[in-house]
Design a protein around this ligand. Structure first.
Ligand code: SF4
Length: 74
């Protein structure tokens, strides 16, 4: 896998989120520099657009991302 295309501006990768989990560095390797297509933030951004990505949505919150996307009906 390669780096996520959103890595330059992503608030998670750039440490701009409130209360980041202790596993942030691990998640950056797993998602941002690996399997980014499974990232919750990436999913919402791709389906709904960057403006609708919640400011407190972390990469491993995929269930929440799927629920948000389903609620919008896409
Ligand atoms: S994988 Fe997710 S958290 Fe990481 S840079 Fe991409 S959108 Fe941001």
């Amino acid at each position: 896998m390669s780096d996520c295309p959103k890595i330059v501006k992503c608030i998670f990768f750039n440490n701009q989120m409130t209360n980041p989990p202790a596993t942030s560095d691990t998640m950056k390797m797993e998602y941002c520099q690996g399997n980014f297509v499974d990232c919750a933030r990436y999913l919402v951004c791709e389906k709904l657009g960057g403006t609708l990505v919640p400011s407190d949505l972390f990469p491993d919150m995929v269930d929440r991302a799927i629920a948000q996307i389903a609620a919008v009906g896409k």
